[in-house]
Design a protein around this ligand. Structure first.
Ligand code: CO8
Length: 260
């Protein structure tokens, strides 16, 4: 892993992964994609980490997309391989047992928005701009954007964004349900850390199973999703955290979860 392409920091149960290529607005080339995935794998197995925040270095961008300078000379097999490589990273984010929160501090375009959409939810800065401009470059979203955006905001608004390639403001993205909340730039990271801290204080086994139920359930029939939810719900009764959480309620004290 090239340590310079991503920065990670772990404190108080929160792992912060910063994509660190600000001179190119954090554009995703193959090496950056590999570095992000390697860093996420390390955070996934780090028992100190209960929740991950993903953000971009610099003042301007979360991620301004796939690296156009790398893609310009690709042939079809290379384009497909690049998309598959990116999708592997996207699917890893979705399958992680820990929530991944996107702190969109500036442009989230193309592959950048697709990466943010793979996260559990997005908080954005007032100055963020979001969009899928791939068609303006003669290509289309290839890191899962057509699938995840249509599932998140419905096919009509997804079609408008994908076919036009237009950017929307953070506020518009919030109205459409892409972004959960919008903050002034200097309040974004404190706000994301605050919600991450609340998540980190909960039993991580319970949070992880709830994430699995939501992410996996979205791709199931409603009945199968209910069945899967009930199975995961039942499994949590095998944990010390379930006993501790309920006993703490009865004793009117704060729970001390051990992630066991
Ligand atoms: N790729 C490579 N370099 C980039 C990218 C990018 N996506 N975005 C910005 N940069 C570079 C610029 O080239 C520039 O570098 P240099 O100083 O060497 O010229 C530097 O970052 C700063 O950018 P600008 O000077 O352009 O900054 P501005 O503030 O003027 O503009 C914008 C900011 C509006 C964000 C502008 O940079 C822009 O439009 N960028 C491209 C946005 C875009 O089209 N993104 C989608 C890319 S395609 C994609 O994401 C597909 C992903 C799925 C892949 C599927 C597999 C193939």
């Amino acid at each position: 892993m090239d340590a310079k392409l991503v920065l990670t920091e772990v404190a108080e149960g929160i792992g912060v992964l910063t994509i660190n290529r600000p001179e190119s607005l954090n554009a995703l080339n193959t090496k950056v994609v590999e570095a992000i995935e390697a860093a996420l794998q390390a955070l996934e197995i780090d028992p100190q980490v209960k929740v991950v925040i993903l953000t971009g270095a610099g003042e301007k961008a979360f991620v301004a997309g796939g690296d156009i300078k790398e893609m310009v000379s690709m042939d079809p097999p290379a384009g497909q391989a690049f998309a598959r490589r990116g999708q592997q990273m996207i699917l890893f984010v979705e399958k992680m047992s820990k929530p991944v929160l996107a702190a969109v501090n500036g442009y989230a375009l193309g592959g950048g928005l697709e990466l943010a959409l793979a996260c559990d939810f997005i908080y954005a800065s007032e100055k963020a701009r979001l969009g899928l401009p791939e068609v303006t470059l003669g290509i289309m979203p290839g890191f899962g954007g057509t699938q995840n955006l249509a599932r998140l905001i419905g096919p009509n608004r997804a079609r408008e964004l994908v076919y036009s390639g237009k950017q929307v403001s953070a506020e518009q993205a919030r109205e459409w349900g892409i972004v959960n909340a919008v903050f002034p730039p200097d309040e974004l990271m404190p706000a994301v850390r605050e919600i991450a801290g609340r998540i980190a204080r909960n039993g991580s086994l319970a949070v992880g199973r709830a994430k699995a139920a939501i992410v996996t359930g979205l791709n199931m029939s409603k009945e199968d999703g209910f069945r899967y939810e009930a199975a995961l719900f039942g499994l949590l009764f095998a944990t010390e955290d379930q006993r501790e959480g309920m006993q703490a309620f009865i004793e009117k004290r704060a729970a001390g979860f051990k992630d066991k």
